[in-house]
Design a protein around this ligand. Structure first.
Ligand code: PMP
Ligand code: GLU
Length: 406
């Protein structure tokens, strides 16, 4: 009787959210944990955006919205795409959903038939393979390692494509690695994709504005790719609005229609008040985005410097997002000293990345996420969306904990 559907039996919980919950649990027990697990800006939502939401409540914008979002919001998104990405989309090609995660879920459900292959470069964001599997798709991973800055090559992509390939999910700037594909690199991948008629790209651009290397490039701007691409973006990261739950898809109309059809049965339109806040975000002064970007860049520089001082970690310089994804496999097989400071790990061996992250949590009191969840079992992820002081203290704790391993 008490058995969930088969489709849920193979689903793993979001590892990022799970680790964050674990960190909150320890905090509730009075343990001073620094949470580098979940990735969300530590800034408050800018005042002008909050004011728009307050006004929306007072104006009684509190009823169902059209399923794909308010017309004014779709207009603001179309203007954003033109202004920032030089891409022209009609409102009928845009669907607003309850966060970028919801947009990705909609698009996958709308496009994938059972048995279809979904190419997901690894390291990948934790939810992609879970959602692809939920839709009956078969995730196909292309390994990208630190030696190639965690990016896939056109030759790797070509080799992974089969007649069953339906989707490719690209994320640039990437969670968890911070890697960014340049326009030239995207053009080269596009050339491979365009040679195969059936393939659509979901381009997750949620970290567009957290870019420390120059202008953002969307694969939809590569010649011939706009008809093959569903762009996913939202307000969560750029405007520090993770709790408001607003994301959008901009895609060929037939895909947008599919997402809207699904959304009409699953959730209806997203939160009316949040939509009004999102209009203020996209139409308002963009200085807040640049101020936060600069703060993240400074923190990126700080965490890279501190992590490189820890022996045994291999660290690339992430060009975007707010994650560091060091290789930590040199610690696998090492044993923890038998001592009181090592707590539950006294005398125990670190076998893998999950052990490594648990060790950092239980001994160092720093919550991170194991690379296993991202398809890169030799690495672990730290979010540096924290104050400089917390970053410095966290890296000090990690360094001290790792000294117990020999
Ligand atoms: N894509 C990536 C790569 C992310 O890191 C996140 C944040 N968890 C999302 C999508 C989802 O963002 P949202 O909060 O808008 O659902
Ligand atoms: N972007 C965040 C992360 O990857 C959010 C957590 C989630 O939605 O899974 O940590």
């Amino acid at each position: 009787m008490d058995k969930l559907s088969d489709r849920l039996l193979s689903m793993a919980p979001s590892a990022t959210l799970a680790m964050s919950a674990k960190s909150a649990e320890l905090k509730a027990q009075g343990i001073d944990v620094i949470n580098m697990s979940v990735g969300e800006p530590d800034f408050n939502t800018p005042d002008a955006i909050k004011d728009a939401a307050k006004k929306a409540i007072d104006d009684n914008i509190t009823r169902y919205s059209p399923v794909p979002g308010y017309a004014d919001l779709k207009k603001a998104i179309a203007a954003k795409l033109l202004r920032e990405n030089s891409l022209e989309y009609a409102p009928s090609q845009i669907v607003v959903s309850s966060g970028a995660k919801h947009c990705i879920a909609n698009a996958i459900m709308a496009l994938v038939n059972p048995g279809d292959e979904v190419i997901i470069p690894a390291p990948y964001w934790v939810s992609y393979p879970q959602l692809a599997t939920l839709a009956g798709g078969v995730p196909v991973h292309i390994p990208a390692t630190i030696d190639n800055d965690f990016k896939i090559t056109p030759a790797q992509l070509e080799a992974a494509i089969t007649p069953r390939t339906r989707l490719i999910i690209l994320c640039s700037p990437c969670n968890p690695t911070g890697s960014i594909y340049s326009r030239e690199e995207l053009n080269a991948l596009a050339e491979v994709i365009l040679a195969h008629e059936r393939i659509i790209v979901i381009s997750d651009e949620i970290y567009e504005h957290l870019n420390y290397s120059g202008a953002h490039a969307s694969i939809a701007t590569c010649p011939g790719m706009k008809e093959r691409t569903a762009i996913v973006n939202g307000v969560s990261k750029a405007y520090a609005m993770t709790g408001w739950r607003i994301g959008f898809i901009a895609a060929p109309e037939w895909i947008a229609k599919g997402c809207s059809l699904l959304q009409g049965q699953f959730t209806s339109g997203p939160c009316s008040v949040s939509q009004m806040a999102a209009i203020a975000a996209w139409n308002g002064d963009q200085q807040c985005v640049e101020t936060m970007r600069r703060a993240f860049q400074r923190r990126r520089d700080l965490i890279v410097k501190l992590a490189r001082e820890i022996p045994g970690l291999e660290v690339n310089v992430p060009q975007g997002a707010f994650y560091l994804f060091p290789k930590c496999s040199s610690y696998f097989g090492r044993k923890c000293a038998e001592c009181e400071t090592a707590g539950p790990w006294s005398g125990r061996t670190i076998e893998n990345s999950t052990d490594f992250a648990m060790f950092l949590l239980e001994v160092g009191h720093v919550a991170t996420v194991s690379g296993d969840a991202f398809g890169s079992p030799e690495c672990f992820r730290m979010s540096y969306a924290l104050s400089d002081d917390n970053i410095t203290e966290a890296l000090k704790r990690i360094s001290k904990a790792l000294e117990l391993l020999s």
